[in-house]
Every structure is written in C-alpha cells, then in structure tokens.
Design a protein around this ligand. Structure first.
Ligand SMILES: Nc1ncnc2c1ncn2[C@@H]1O[C@H](COP(=O)(O)OP(=O)(O)O)[C@@H](O)[C@H]1O
Ligand SMILES: [Mg+2]
Length: 320
C-alpha cells in the first residue's frame, strides 16, 4: 500500500448533480487494516463518495487517494487494489452461485482452472458450498449478499467498499453478512462500509464518520460518538402514575443524570453508561421501594436522535 498508512485519504471532495451538491467538502481518513463506517440517511452522499473512491465517478473538486494512489490520476492502480459491493446486486439470477463466481473470475482475467479454484475457496469461506450448484434465484437475501461479497473478493482486494451491505435484509440475513464482514476484517482487508443503521456501524466499525448533506459532520470510535451524543438510554414505564416522582428520584440518582418524565405514558427515560449494572440497580431499587414497573427497556439512540444531537435537525431524507 502507499506510504501514507491510509487506505483512504479524501480531502475536500465535491460533486454536483445539477442543483444538488451530493458532496460538499467531504474529508475522510481511513487507516489501513481498519473498518470505517460511513453513517448517514438516504441522500446524504454515501454512494457518491463510494463511487468516487471506487473510480466510477469523477469528483468536481478535491482529491482522494485509495491504497496510496490518486483515484483520478492513477485509476488503474486503484482498480487493481479494491473491491466493491454496490447497493444493487451484481450477480446473475439464473446462474448458480458457483457459475457466478467463476464468471467474475474470468472477467478478472483468471484462467478457467484458477477461476474455479477461487470460486470454491470463496464459496467455502462464505458458507455457500452447499448451495453452490443452485440457481441464485432460490437464494435468501442473506445468501445473495454473501455471494455479492464473495464476488467483490475475487482478486483479494486491499480495500473493500460495501455500500449498504444489509439494507433490505431480515435480522438473520444481517447477522450472516455481519459475520462475513468480520471474517474479512480478520484477514486484514480494510473495509469502508456505508449504512443507515447506527447499530450496524456500532457492531462492525472501529471508526464511524457521520455524513450529512455531503460532508462529514462527526467522527470517532463508536464509544466516542455515543458519549458525545449521550449514549444509550433506559426507559421505565410505571403501572401507577402516583409513583412517578419517587421513581424519577431513584432513576436519576442511579444514572447520575437528568431524567425525562412523561406523565401521560407514565414513562421515565434517562441516559445510561453501564447498561447491565444500571438495569440491575434500577430494577432492584424500584422493587425495594415497592414501585411496580410495567415495562423496562434499554435502547440505543436511533440515527435520528444522533442527528438531532449532532446537527440540531432531524435526519431528513433528501428526495432522490
Ligand atoms: N446520478 C445522479 N444524478 C442526479 N442526482 C444524483 C445522482 N446520484 C446522486 N444524486 C443526488 O445526490 C445526493 C446524494 O446521493 P447519494 O450519494 O446516492 O446518497 P446516499 O447514498 O447517501 O443515499 C442525492 O440528493 C441524490 O439524489
Ligand atoms: Mg446510497
């Protein structure tokens, strides 16, 4: 890789489509061997950034080096070193999983035997060996995405771009794809993935860049980001509204924070630092005070709450 130590180094990227500024001063530095999540709502500019980094679109301004090479000046060098799984699947429905991977291998100029060998390795790695001979149209969503991932890894890229790898998948499919991404990262590939889900970025990424309206508005590890935005919250719903003041006192003391009380729904909400110990303490102290909780939940802030705290506005979707 290049001498910079960065798999991706973007400075001031700009891209306009007519009157829309898809990117407006986009900066990002992704160290080699890490997983970076680009988190943002629909229309934020994620796909545009990925397509520029993958040499598919030219920026109007700014510059970006991938694997040490400028994506405009040295596009060929970049292409040899990257893989891309786009938002839309690139695999052929009619062909089997194995046929798809062999075809991609041939497109990348592997010989017939090498292409077959690579296909089998990747099928094994993504737990698709059993389904390898079946037509892709019979695959589940999770299996298709794993096949997409496999297809982008034919040439063992140094840097892999995954554009919303789990959008549209059910929880099981998401888990399968997450496991596949983790195994890649363990092999040393640098991954830049885009997502609309805070929990996905939290699960997979060492570093998160929050993107809004074409620029990065916050950056850090999941923990840093969560502490900036107030982290997780506990919600407690009481059976009896008369106990709200007493319960609010208990929860406020345990969480060492200001609580929000909604008398209509009899709900108390507070930020938590240590999820499980806070939950345990709240339950046992409420019980000790003979206050009955109808419902208790720990929850992560939603992307919308993150945006609200970081930007003061909701994560509005920019119409496509
Ligand atoms: N090829 C295109 N032509 C016109 N507008 C585009 C094109 N690609 C993206 N845009 C616009 O640029 C903005 C950013 O889009 P995109 O990068 O796809 O965001 P995201 O991937 O975060 O949803 C949106 O307003 C989108 O409508
Ligand atoms: Mg997109």
């Amino acid at each position: 890789m290049g001498s910079t130590g960065f798999a991706v180094l973007a400075e001031g990227l700009a891209k306009r489509y007519g009157h829309t500024a898809a990117l407006a001063g986009f900066d990002l530095a992704v160290p080699e061997g890490t997983v970076c999540g680009l988190l943002g709502p629909n229309g934020a500019g994620k796909t545009t950034a990925v397509r520029i980094m993958a040499t598919l679109v030219r920026p109007d301004g700014g510059r970006v080096a991938v694997a040490g090479f400028d994506v405009v000046e040295r596009a060929e060098e970049v292409r040899f070193r990257i893989g891309l799984t786009g938002q839309e699947s690139a695999v052929d429905e009619i062909l089997s999983g194995r046929q798809n991977l062999v075809m991609f291998g041939r497109l990348f100029h592997l010989g017939a035997r090498a292409a077959r060998r690579r296909a089998d390795e990747l099928l094994e790695r993504f737990d698709l060996t059993e389904a390898a001979g079946r037509s892709v149209k019979h695959y589940s969503g999770g299996m298709r995405r794993r096949l997409d991932l496999a297809a982008s890894l034919i040439l063992a890229p140094r840097v892999l771009f995954l554009d919303e790898p789990t959008t549209g998948l059910d929880p099981r499919g998401r888990n399968e794809v997450w496991a596949a991404v983790r195994s890649l990262v363990a092999g040393g590939t640098t991954v830049l993935l885009t997502t609309q889900y805070l929990d996905e970025a939290d699960q997979l990424c060492g570093q998160i860049a929050v993107i809004d309206r074409g620029r990065v508005i916050a950056e850090g590890s999941p923990d840093e980001l969560k502490s900036r935005i107030g982290g997780d919250r506990i919600d407690v719903v009481l059976r009896d509204g008369a106990a709200l003041p007493a319960a609010a006192g208990i929860i406020g003391r345990i969480c060492a924070a200001e609580v929000e009380v909604d008398t209509d729904t009899r709900r108390i909400s507070a930020p938590v630092r240590e999820r499980m110990s806070t939950l345990g303490a709240v339950l046992s102290e409420l019980d000790g005070a003979r206050i009955v909780a109808e419902d208790v939940a720990l929850r992560r802030p939603t992307l919308d709450e993150v945006f609200l705290r970081l930007t003061g506005h909701h994560a509005v979707e920019v119409p496509a």
